[in-house]
Design a protein around this ligand. Structure first.
Ligand code: EZ4
Ligand code: CO
Length: 405
C-alpha cells in the first residue's frame, strides 16, 4: 500500500479546518484532521514542507513506524504544530488500514466495549435563567450531561458566552484579530454557586452537570471553587487551572473531592503523565488532533486506565468531523472511556464538506460501521469555503493585565 500523494486542504465552512488526504498507489485514500485554531497555516506549512516529502513512497500499513519516524526522528519534538501534523497523518493511515481490512477502526483497536457513546453538550447563556432555559431544551432533546456556562454580571464578555445572545460558535470562524475579554475572579465567584444551586433546583438530580473554567483560576482559587461546588455533584470541573506546573494539581487535590478534568490542549503523553500517575485528575481530555492521533491517544487511554482515570476527549467546534470520528472509534473501544464533548455535527456548509453516517440518538452518538474512520471529504465543496484568518479570544483583567495564569 505505497503512499503516492498527500494533499493538505484548508477550508472554512463556518470554522477553519485543515484536512490531510493520503492517497495510495491503487487510489485508496485516508483522511486526517490537522486543525490548530488560530495557527492553521503553520500546520499546513509544517506538513507540506517538512512531512509530505519524507512519506512519499512509504508503505501506508506501517502506522507505528511512521509515527515514530515523525516524532522521534525530528530533532524538534512535540508542541501543538508538530503533533497536529503527526496526528493528521496517523488518522489518515488508520483510515487507510481500516479500508484495506474492510473494517471500522474500532475493530482494529480491539472491538466494542459499549454500544454507544455518551455525550456532554453546552448550555451557554447570557444569565443564569437563559443558561438553564437552554439546558432544559437540551434535556428535552435527550441529552444526559450538560456543561453550564453563564455570563458574569458586571463583565462585558465571558469566554464561551456572549451577552448579546449571538451564537458564540458562529463567530468562531470570523474573528480576523483576537477579540478581547475581561476576567474578574471576584465577580465570577459572586455568580458561580448560584448557577449550580439553581440548576439543581430546576433540572433535578437526574442529569449530569459539568462546568468549564477555561483556566481562569489559580490553583488555590480552584480548590475553593471545588469545595463550593462539591454539593452540586458535578460529573467534572474542566480546565479549572493551567497545569504548566502539574504540581498545581497537588494543591487542588489536597482540598477538594470535586472530579477534575483537563488536557484539551495537551500534546503528548508526557503532558498527562504526572497528573495521571499521581491520580490528580479523573478525566483526561486529550484530543486525537492535538496529542498525536489515534496511536498516541490509545497509549494515553491505556496509561490512564491503570490509575482509574477515564477519557473525555475534547469536542470543540474547531475539531473537524474527522477528529470526531477518530474519537468515536477510540471511545467505542476504550474500556475506560468516560464521556465525549459534543457541539453537534456542524452547520449545513460543514455537512456538505464532511459527510458521514455517525448517528445521534437520545443523547448518544453511534460510531460509523463503514471501513476506516467512516468520514468522507468533498474537495469541490471545500473549495467554495476559503480559509479566513480567525482567532479565539484573549483574556485580560479589569486593569488591562493579560490573564490566564
Ligand atoms: O476552548 O473551542 O471544551 N471546549 C472548550 C472550547 C475550546 C475552544 C478551542 O478549542 O473549552 O471552548
Ligand atoms: Co474546555
Amino acid at each position: 500500500m505505497k503512499i503516492e500523494d498527500i494533499k493538505v486542504f484548508v477550508c472554512c465552512p463556518g470554522r477553519n479546518f485543515v484536512t490531510v488526504k493520503i492517497v495510495t498507489e491503487d487510489g485508496t485514500y485516508g483522511l486526517g484532521d490537522a486543525t490548530v485554531n488560530g495557527r492553521e497555516m503553520a500546520v499546513v506549512t509544517y506538513l507540506t514542507e517538512h512531512v509530505v516529502p519524507c512519506l512519499i513512497g512509504r508503505d501506508a500499513h506501517m502506522i507505528e513506524d511512521i509515527w515514530q519516524y515523525l516524532y522521534r526522528g525530528a530533532y524538534w519534538r512535540g508542541g501543538p504544530i508538530s503533533m497536529a501534523a503527526i496526528a493528521a497523518i496517523d488518522m489518515a493511515l488508520w483510515d487507510l488500514k481500516g479500508k484495506a481490512a474492510g473494517l471500522p477502526v474500532y475493530q482494529l483497536l480491539g472491538g466494542k466495549s459499549r454500544h454507544g457513546v455518551t455525550l456532554y453538550v453546552h448550555a451557554n447563556g447570557a444569565d443564569v435563567d437563559d443558561t438553564l432555559g437552554k439546558a432544559e431544551g437540551l434535556i428535552n432533546q435527550g441529552f444526559k450531561a450538560i456543561r453550564l456556562q453563564s455570563a458574569i454580571p458586571g463583565l462585558p464578555v465571558t469566554y464561551g458566552v456572549l451577552g448579546d445572545k449571538k451564537d458564540y460558535y458562529d463567530l468562531q470562524g470570523n474573528r480576523p484579530v483576537p477579540p478581547e475579554e475581561t476576567w474578574s475572579t471576584q465577580k465570577y465567584f459572586a455568580m458561580i454557586e448560584g448557577l449550580f444551586k439553581q440548576a439543581r433546583d430546576r433540572l433535578g438530580d437526574g442529569i449530569c452537570l459539568l462546568h468549564d473554567v477555561h483556566n481562569r483560576l489559580t490553583p488555590i482559587e480552584t480548590a475553593r471553587l471545588g469545595k463550593l461546588l462539591e454539593k452540586y455533584d458535578l460529573l467534572f470541573l474542566e480546565d479549572a487551572s493551567l497545569a504548566e506546573n502539574p504540581q498545581s494539581y497537588d494543591v487542588i487535590r489536597n482540598h477538594t473531592t470535586i472530579p477534575l478534568a483537563i488536557g484539551e490542549t495537551f500534546n503528548s503523553v508526557w503532558d498527562c503523565k504526572y497528573l495521571i500517575e499521581n491520580q490528580l485528575i479523573d478525566f483526561i481530555r486529550a484530543a486525537a488532533t492535538h496529542a498525536g492521533g489515534i496511536t498516541a491517544l490509545r497509549r494515553i487511554a491505556d496509561f490512564a486506565a491503570i490509575y482509574n482515570v477515564k477519557t473525555a476527549p475534547h469536542g470543540a467546534p474547531d475539531l473537524s468531523p474527522v477528529c470526531l470520528a477518530a474519537h468515536m472509534h477510540l471511545n467505542t473501544w476504550a474500556p475506560n472511556f468516560g464521556i465525549q464533548e459534543f457541539v453537534g455535527f456542524g452547520n449545513d456548509d460543514m455537512q456538505r464538506v464532511f459527510t458521514h453516517d455517525m448517528r445521534l440518538d437520545d443523547g448518544m452518538v453511534y460510531v460509523s460501521e463503514a471501513p476506516g474512520l467512516g468520514v468522507d471529504f468533498d474537495e469541490d465543496a471545500a473549495n467554495e469555503y476559503p480559509y479566513k484568518r480567525s482567532y479565539l479570544p484573549v483574556s485580560r483583567l479589569e486593569d488591562g493585565t493579560m490573564w490566564n495564569w
